[in-house]
Ligand binder design. Sequence first.
Ligand code: KDG
Ligand code: MG
Length: 402
Amino acid sequence: MKIISAKVIVCCPGRNFVTLKISTDQGFYGLGDATLNGREKAVATYLDEYCIPALIGRDPRNTEDIWHYFYRGVYWKRGAVTMAAVSAIDMALWDIKAKALNTPLYNILGGKSRDRILVYAHANGKNLDDTIEKAGLEKEKGFRAIRIQSGIPGLDHTYGVSEGNKPYEPAQQGLPREDSWDTSKYLNFVPELFAKVRKAFGEEIHLLHDVHHRCTPVEAARLARELEPFHLFWLEDPVTGELQEGLRLIRQHSVTPVAIGEVFNSIYDYTTLITEQLIDYIRMPLVHGGGITHLMKVAAMASVYHIHTGFHGATDLSPVNLAATLHFNTAINNFGIQEYMPHQEIVHEVFTVNYQFRQGYLYIDDSPGIGVDIDEKAAAKYPYSMACLPVNRKSDGTMFYW
Ligand code: KDG
Ligand code: MG
């Protein structure tokens, strides 16, 4: 089998998505997600200019060799743009391989380790009462795990909380919006939030929280320790991950489980974190972490250290990534939980999907390959529209992490 063509489809059904479609001489084609929120065109150009010409003529079944060609074979390794491109190629090749064998992707990743995938929902409230109400709505929908984010008293805008009752969508049209941040207001409020939420829902429901990289290690250690009585499923991105050693301080002071890595793109971002058992969940998604080939290795390494997966799954990752991730989660032993934000209806005019939510779990069907298709005519109706993630400053104007 040979690759005869490949193209990048950039579309904006409500938000921007980048999809790679690779076609073969035997009629099979594969899809890969290459969406990098706010930097979509950089990945599309990288694929168009440097990767697609080098793919033509290769046997798409050689997933390992092709992965190393675009990783090891490239002098400028790693980085979000490069790795999103590598991810899309890898995902599309695995899609082709499974379709050619007429079997769902999970079958060639190890078969079924489970029949359904535990997912967590999002409750993003303007304030404490609103957050409890939103969490109640998610529970009524059947979710057994809920991420809790709330507006912070004294701050105009907080991560995760949308304007009005709109669904979560951090990327805004045009240049980045500037938010303002105050860590002490946040640290004083969050333990009270979780005390009330735990009291309202009891111990039956899993509670999660995303710090979104906004604490220093010692601040994160304080927060993790103060949240211990409320038994979080995890505390996400308590600090930025650039300094892996920073996570040691949190571990020394708390037993609140830690998840990290939605902005990582390589196994080397995780080596200290995994081998020193400083974390409990890896979040690096297939779409940004080098695809199935690379994540299989990261997940295997994590499994040796009792660390589970809990992949990033916001709506800025396309249905192609979500379906591929569900196959992956079905197959591996050390699956933990999957983030799930349903895409807006308009997204499904472009992407037809093969998964369904029921009572707290996602179920993937057994169509061959990844099982998601793209309607290129529908995609053409929604051209790219520039949108960026916000930036963040401390209240005195100092540039900070978003
Ligand atoms: O593009 C960035 C978003 O996907 C991210 O901010 C969402 O932190 C996030 C999460 O945990 O889903
Ligand atoms: Mg996050």
